[in-house]
Design a protein around this ligand. Structure first.
Ligand code: HMG
Ligand code: MG
Length: 308
């Protein structure tokens, strides 16, 4: 029985094809990326972050962005988003007919410099025309606040700093704010404090959590958000990923693990867990390793040995 203050339904954004694969050192074929997106949509994902239109010098793995977008057999009702750091990226996103662009500013100056080579204030100014152009083109804008629970270079990040960046991203016209624990250091109490503060400005239906699972806290952090009624989360199939500019950070929480938790709570997601495990198994096979998902590994073991 779902506690009465919990959401009845949760939307998951699978960021595996972008946030996950961007961190893979060995090139992954565009055809495999496309197949992954197709499997995710077949599993019922309605929001998929497909790729990023960033500099291929900075993130070579995403250099096939246009090819991947062009190869998609799109499903009605699915929103395909791409990460864009600047106007050049936006132009790529527009040409590729993305439904939504994702912009990202850090709550830590040190991380902003390392990730996008400019200050937080400069990054907001760089995003201003991107947001204007996206809105003019009828595209949605999702804005991520990186390092909201801690920074690999600076350490602690204040709630004021997170709130300030979220407010500035809203002021330039972003539709949605995602609070990102880039290096997965946050714990549930702190996450709730951050979310409660941001909820003073951001409507709950336009706020999401993006939790990397480096310290194994992501599911608990999501549970804390559910207690506040937050009902949108990013997650990454097979627990893929990390961030090239946050060494040691592991992937986002695995989508399979989040779906298992939510379905166990009686919360609907529209996702077929078995088909999602197929997608996780597929991409893990491409990468030559097991999924970083307890649920996928348990269900794959059960498939192999049905009596367990
Ligand atoms: P820069 O070197 O300062 O940029 O990089 P620049 O404007 O001086 O351009 C340098 C070169 O890059 C030029 O080419 C540009 O044309 C080209 P050249 O003249 O040398 O041949 N360039 C581009 N090419 C393709 N697409 C573009 C683009 N822009 C410039 N969009 C820049 C600044 C922002 C471009 C660079 O720092 C960059 O691409 N950074 C991206 C870093 C990244 O992708 N990080 C990971 C994603 S963020 C993340 O994962 C966090 C998130 O998941 C939330 C969380 O967990 O925190 C969202
Ligand atoms: Mg991330």
């Amino acid at each position: 029985m779902i506690p009465s203050h919990f959401p009845k339904q949760v939307q998951l954004v699978d960021v595996g094809p972008r946030d996950g694969l961007q961190n893979e050192g060995r090139p992954v074929d565009a055809a495999d990326k496309i197949e992954l997106v197709h499997r995710l949509q077949a599993a019922g994902l309605q929001q998929i972050e497909v790729t990023s239109f960033v500099s291929p010098k900075w993130v070579p793995q995403m250099g096939d962005n246009a090819e991947v977008m062009a190869g998609l057999q799109r499903r009605e009702g699915v929103r395909y988003s791409v990460l864009t750091p600047n106007m050049k990226g936006f132009e790529g996103a527009l040409a590729a007919k993305a439904d939504e662009v994702v912009i990202f500013a850090a709550a830590s100056e040190a991380f902003s410099q390392r990730n996008i080579n400019c200050s937080i204030a400069d990054s907001i100014e760089r995003f201003r025309p991107v947001v204007e152009a996206a809105r003019a083109a009828g595209m949605r804008v999702r804005a991520a606040v990186s390092c909201a629970l801690g920074c690999p270079y600076q350490g602690e990040v204040s709630i004021d700093a997170v709130d300030d960046v979220a407010q500035r991203l809203l002021d330039i016209g972003s539709h949605h704010i995602g609070i990102a624990d880039t290096i997965g250091v946050g714990t549930a109490g702190r996450v709730k404090l951050v979310m409660e503060r941001v909820l003073r400005h951001v409507p709950i239906y336009e706020l999401s959590g993006h939790f990397h699972d480096t310290y194994g806290q992501a599911l608990t952090n999501i549970y804390g958000c559910l207690e506040l009624g937050i009902h949108t989360f990013d997650a990454s199939v097979a627990g893929l990923g990390g961030c090239p500019y946050a060494k040691g950070a592991t992937g986002n929480v695995a989508t399979e693990d989040v779906v298992y938790l939510l379905h166990g709570l009686g919360i609907t997601t529209g996702i077929d867990l078995d088909k999602l495990v197929d997608a996780a198994d597929y991409i893990s096979g491409v990468l030559g390793r097991k999924p970083v998902s307890r649920v996928s590994n348990a269900l794959l073991a059960k498939r192999a040995h049905p009596t367990i």
